[in-house]
Design a protein around this ligand. Structure first.
Ligand code: ATP
Ligand code: MG
Length: 650
């Protein structure tokens, strides 16, 4: 339509544009990482609003992590869109429930449950199970899986068997814990995260007038990362739609990383079956990453097994050439963290912004070593980025103190007042040395920086004005900027991008995680997680691992199986030893299962990776010998063989 300012659709390629300008109704974009799915939907929203098809307030866009929702809001703002909601499923449900609860239940909405494990512990105790933290965590994730999968305690044993759940107790016991947990929680009148979705769905399904009001208000629904939708979220989405079809979904089956929690890409893959008239678009140009990163990403996902039809897309890089991805092996984790920190330092010195660098890991427990190393190297970092900034305990405390102070503002200037209010909350003169305390301090400092910004830009802004600004930001979950290198889990990194990405801890037992071993589906999910990590990088990509956890520890860890076949040709380990050249006539076969071997590492081991093998010990001994002789040949210590030795100062 002529009402479009040329700039809006100019930024899209023909396929993206087709999805952006499709008339209202079902639209599905099925495409790989970095192909512009999120860009397409934000442009589509802007286009629909600008061309008068829908009012901004009628749009509800949802995704799965707070960071990704924040990213969507940032992009919408950049397109000049104000008033369209972009939230996580949970945040959207929470708002709706708060709004409708007084009318439906006639009371103040129940609070959100804090300390879930404590409640699960009480439930486990009632059932006579152990209450060790690991058991409680596993029980809690079983309950979460069941609720997200719309499985009741009664249905749990059958459903868990069908889904091959690996629970810490018998199915009947888990069902008992689930039942007891629900009872204790309801008794305490609190809601867990899944309840937000369950109750909102129930309100919309059971209260016609509420549903009508809601559906009058929201008319256009958009879901990013649709491959990770759970049955519960899908049911909520259906309740929102109420039989209408104004739904745009985008996703990448290869980035399904929550199936352990009940998510499934099936609704994405079956979208056209449900909406035969849908506009379907596939994208394959990768605008995010250099061809070097794209090539690696294609290899990673090309090795995936049992890929559903519709997921076999190849990314085609669009950007100019960049540096090759780099691989580095370290003796132990602190050495790895120090190596990464010194590399980060070099990037910063070369002018890369800290906010353009991320260190990504499999489990949050890994962050501590990296926090320490970055702090030692004098590198600013933030562990959770913008995620739930206003939900952090110290920020909540700060807000309470600031609100109280603003009711009776002191006669001092706007920065001094904020500083003095925040001092008792933990804003000391000098920053703490590092770790979580430093992170808290940085968060508080960012509140002071906001005050400074306000004092510089708004004349006569006082504490009241400042608190009003903060409240507004809190409502939008738009944190004051904290500049720093992002430390995040791979799960939390989904949908985001950085100029430089460090994927760390790529060792067996960490990625893939220990408990995935021996479970094909779980291994494939770990591989997709790795793919998500690789595809976050625009330009620089470092992949590293270490052979032991602690300095001086036994170097018994092996690098991740997902690295097989990825290491560059000159890498000694990636070479096919003489005499074992792959000949076209006789393809080497796995000695365990007889299947074809796909890369040099598998050939060297004589079996395909992941194949349960009793030959490991013998093969590993052979490999070790081979490594040592190569090391002697190259005149380097045995464990440096695999790295480009000049690459990292180890
Ligand atoms: P993911 O699967 O990781 O969520 P995505 O498909 O949502 O990725 P986007 O984040 O939308 O991809 O886009 C990746 C990057 O490529 C962004 O920086 C985006 O601005 C850029 N990009 C997308 N499409 C284009 C285009 N047509 N021209 C230029 N840049 C583009
Ligand atoms: Mg995206």
């Amino acid at each position: 339509p002529t009402s479009d300012r040329p700039s809006l659709l100019d930024g899209l390629d023909p396929e993206q544009r087709a999805a952006a300008i499709a008339p209202r109704g079902p639209v599905c974009v099925l495409a790989g990482a970095g192909t512009g799915k999120t860009r397409t939907i934000t442009h589509r929203i802007a286009h629909l609003i600008r061309s008068g098809h829908v009012a901004a307030g009628q749009v509800l866009a949802v995704t799965f992590t707070a960071r990704a929702a924040g990213e969507m809001r940032t992009r919408l703002r950049a397109l000049g869109v104000e008033g369209a909601q972009a939230l996580t499923f949970h945040a959207a449900a929470r708002r709706q429930l708060r709004y409708f609860w007084p009318r439906v239940v006639g009371d103040r909405p129940w609070d959100l449950l804090e300390g879930k494990l404590r409640l699960v512990g009480q439930a486990a105790h009632r059932v006579g199970l152990g209450t060790e933290p690991e058991i409680l965590r596993d029980l809690a994730s079983e309950v979460e899986w069941a609720k997200a999968s719309l499985v009741t305690p009664e249905d749990y044993p059958v459903a868990a068997a069908r889904a091959q759940r690996d629970a810490p107790a018998s199915p009947a016991q888990v069902a008992e814990v689930y039942r007891a947990y629900e009872a204790i929680k309801n008794n305490a009148q609190v809601l867990d995260f899944d309840d937000l979705l369950l109750h909102t769905t129930a309100v919309l399904e059971e209260h016609g007038e509420v549903a009508r009001e809601f559906r009058d208000r929201y008319r256009c629904f958009v879901v990013d990362e649709y491959q990770d939708v759970t049955p519960l979220q899908q049911r909520l989405l259906d309740a929102w739609l109420g039989g209408r079809d104004d739904l745009t979904v985008v996703g990448d089956v290869n980035q399904t990383i929550y199936s352990f929690g009940g998510a499934s890409p099936r609704p994405l893959l079956e979208f056209t079956r449900r909406f035969p008239e849908a506009t379907v678009v596939r994208l394959e140009r990768d605008y995010r990453s250099t061809p070097q990163v794209v090539a690696l990403a294609n290899k990673v996902i090309g090795a995936a097994r049992n890929r559903p039809a519709g997921s076999r897309l190849r990314l085609v890089g669009q950007r100019p050439d960049g540096p090759e991805p780099r691989f580095a092996e370290f003796d132990d984790e602190p050495a790895e963290a120090t190596g990464v920190a010194s590399r980060v330092r070099q990037l910063l010195d070369a002018g890369v912004a800290a906010s353009e660098i991320a260190v990504l890991y499999r489990v949050n427990a890994q962050s501590e070593t990296y926090e320490q190393a970055l702090a030692d190297a004098g590198v600013p970092y933030l562990v959770r980025g913008g995620e739930r900034f206003f939900d952090r305990r110290e920020i909540r405390q700060a807000m309470i103190s600031l609100r109280t102070a603003a009711a009776d503002p002191p006669p001092t200037e706007l920065v001094t007042a904020v500083r003095s209010v925040l001092a008792p909350v933990g804003l000391t003169e000098q920053p703490p040395a590092g770790g979580a305390a430093k992170e808290r301090w940085d968060g508080l400092l960012s509140l002071v920086e906001l005050a400074e910004e306000l004092a510089a830009t708004v004349k006569g802004a006082d504490l009241r004005r400042y608190v009003a600004e903060l409240e507004q930001r809190a409502a939008a979950q738009h944190p004051p900027t904290v500049e720093g290198v992002t430390l995040a889990s791979l799960h939390a990194a989904k949908g985001l991008e950085w100029d430089a990405v460090f994927l760390v801890g790529l060792a067996e037992g960490t990625l893939p995680i220990q408990h995935a071993d021996g479970d094909d589906n779980a291994i494939e999910e770990e591989r997709r997680l790795f793919y998500v990590g690789v595809t976050r990088a625009r330009e620089h990509l470092w992949l590293s691992w270490s052979l032991s956890r602690h300095p001086g520890g036994r170097r018994h860890r092996r690098r991740s199986r997902f690295l097989y076949g990825l290491l560059p040709e000159q890498h000694p380990d990636a070479r096919v030893p003489r005499g074992q050249q792959i000949s076209k006539a006789a393809k080497p076969r796995c000695r365990v299962c007889g299947g074809p071997l796909r890369d040099t590492m598998e050939i060297k081991l004589g079996r395909c990776d992941g194949c349960p093998s009793t030959l490991d010990e013998e093969l590993l001994a052979r490999l070790k010998n081979w490594r040592s002789s190569r090391a002697r040949e190259l005149k380097v210590p045995p464990f440096v063989v695999f790295t480009d030795a000049t690459l990292l100062a180890i």
